[in-house]
Design a protein around this ligand. Structure first.
Ligand code: SF4
Ligand code: SF4
Length: 460
């Protein structure tokens, strides 16, 4: 395995070969992830091809392998998928980003295009001649259901309500909406606002862009870092003005709260801020209690524990500050409830629902805040489906891609079966990518937990 200084010189192929060697030596994910991750399935297939059958892995096989990691975060070592992201970025730096990939990931641009050329979208969905051609140009699988963009997006609605300007109030909350709730499912954003206002908060929706996750997964480093820095600036400014910061999309949260902060604790500014002694590294140890640290010998770890990851060009203290102050909306409401400040005037809802906790939410290790909140609704029968490794298989926009569509359905099938067996009246999940996959595979309506909570307030 290359040291962090050698890493700078490595080609994407060398990085992927290192990943293959490490995971083949360890071998844990060969059986643990075989049903849940297309990347590991392919990695071990290629390893066996080279080492058992003597057929060397080709460059195109390595390129395809990199494509298969969607950064779902389910595997045990965070370093592995981040190394794959590094390899993807180096590929894109050499090859450039294909237009179809760029368009598919740019939800705001797609929303604008669909608003401007509604006939194009209708053609893509139903025209027997142009539909397949357009899908082919966009590399979208012919059988994949396409979402439709609503006439008014959340940001337009929020501006009409005056939420784009900071208003006076004792309890100010800044909301990071994300692209999918912003442009595809504005009812989710409106429900968040409704719940906050019902609980006496003043809501602010500052200028914001895509969180950056889709670009990170596709290997567009320049755009990922640019978006991350822009959003950080807006959010930290709001925090400085006294706002609490929330998000309702687990993928935006996983990116802004967890990934951005990776390795920031090893930086010199952080070590200085916690008075680490000469020759020591202090690493936060929340498992030991608040404000506790693991103390490590620098001489042993200084080569591997460095702030030299994907986001190291961004101020580490700002990355930590954002992570410390930005909260999942379910978590935020749970904390409000613990302080006795959450309105609980919910109307009874005699329905039978199934809750699925998405990968990027599970990876934030915060329990199941929405499930706890939904049990406050009288007469609601809600049960969690899926275990810690179940995944819908959609992988952001990967399920749309022609070469990934079938894999995406196969990966999601064990979870779909569990939901079918449960036969709920509706599915509840916080992830909008899962929602698109559920719409494609199952006959049930799908809601974000905030839509259910807002409805229970409204009905009361
Ligand atoms: S991801 Fe980690 S646990 Fe899984 S095989 Fe690779 S090194 Fe082992
Ligand atoms: S992040 Fe997800 S897709 Fe990538 S290797 Fe890990 S489990 Fe597989």
């Amino acid at each position: 395995m290359a040291s962090s200084d050698d890493r700078k010189e490595q080609t994407p192929q060398q990085i992927l070969k290192d990943v293959m060697r490490l995971c083949a030596d360890c071998d844990t994910c060969r059986t643990m992830m075989e049903e849940d991750c297309a990347f590991f399935l392919e990695l071990y297939r290629l390893w066996d091809q080279e080492h058992e059958d003597g057929v060397p892995v080709t460059e195109s096989q390595l390129r395809y392998l990199a494509e298969l990691c969607t950064l779902c975060g389910l595997c045990p070592c965070p370093k592995i998928p981040m190394d794959v992201m590094e390899a993807k970025s180096r590929y894109i730096e050499q090859e450039g980003m294909p237009l179809a990939t760029r368009l598919l990931n740019d939800v705001p641009r797609m929303a604008r295009l669909c608003g401007t050329f509604p006939k194009l979208v209708r053609a893509m969905q139903s025209n027997k001649v142009f539909g397949p051609l357009l899908r082919k140009a966009m590399r979208i699988h012919p059988d994949r259901d396409l979402p439709s963009f609503p006439k008014q997006n959340f940001f337009e609605w929020a501006a009409r309500q005056g939420l784009d300007r900071r208003q006076a109030g004792d309890h100010q909350v800044t909301y990071f909406v994300g692209c999918t709730a912003g442009y595809l499912f504005p009812q989710i954003g409106r429900s968040v606002v409704e719940i906050l206002q019902h609980n006496g908060a003043t809501v602010h929706v500052p200028p914001q862009q895509c969180c950056g996750m889709p670009y990170l997964v596709e290997g567009d480093r320049k755009r990922t870092l640019h978006l991350a820095q822009d959003n950080m600036k807006q959010l930290l400014q709001a925090r400085k003005a006294g706002d609490e910061l929330i998000y309702s999309c687990p993928t935006c949260g996983y990116f802004l709260k967890k990934l951005l902060k990776e390795r920031a604790y090893y930086s010199d500014p952080f070590q200085k801020s916690v008075d680490a002694a000469e020759g020591e590294l202090k690493v936060p140890a929340p498992e030991k209690g608040e404000g506790q640290f693991w103390i490590l010998k620098k001489s042993m770890y200084h080569d591997i524990l460095k702030d030299d990851g994907y986001f190291s060009s961004i101020d580490p203290m700002e990355r930590i500050r954002l992570s410390d102050h930005l909260f999942d909306f379910g978590m935020y409401l749970t904390r409000l409830h613990a302080k006795g400040r959450l309105a609980t005037d919910f109307a009874p809802m005699p329905e039978r629902l199934a809750y699925f906790a998405p990968c990027h939410m599970r990876e934030q290790k915060m329990g199941r805040p929405y499930l706890d909140l939904l049990t406050l609704i009288p007469e609601l029968d809600i049960e969690e489906v899926g275990n810690d490794y179940d995944c819908c298989g959609m992988g952001g926009v990967f399920g749309f891609k022609d070469h990934f569509h079938q894999k995406s359905l196969d990966l999601g099938e064990p979870l779909m079966k569990k939901i079918r067996d449960h036969a709920p009246q509706a599915i509840v999940t916080d992830c909008m990518s899962c929602r698109l996959q559920f719409y494609h595979c199952l006959p049930y309506p799908v809601y974000h937990p905030v839509e259910v909570l807002a409805k229970a307030y409204r009905s009361a």
